[in-house]
Design a protein around this ligand. Sequence first.
Ligand SMILES: [Zn+2]
Length: 108
Amino acid sequence: MADTKKGRTKKARDAENRQRKRDLAEARERGDEAEPPRECQRRDCSETASFVVLERYQEETGQGVVEATADLCTAHTADERPANLVGAGGDYVFRVEPLPGTGGSDAA
Ligand SMILES: [Zn+2]
């Protein structure tokens, strides 16, 4: 009858594992886990985005203030520069912020 006991223990362990997996899946659905890393938005670049580049400026056509943001990898962020300075207006902003969780300079 030792076999039966062993089988029962295994069954309990399996149930535990299943429960753990379910918990994990639920946590993922609830968004408890870290978001998947965002990808650089530049064409043909599949690097993980490390920064969000924000530029806020007055639309030329008088539509008002426009905020453009882009998630970019470190290399493409370095290439970014203010692009809408002409008639930018008093609210002009050009900002680079590290994406949460990336650490910006994390070499790993
Ligand atoms: Zn890139």
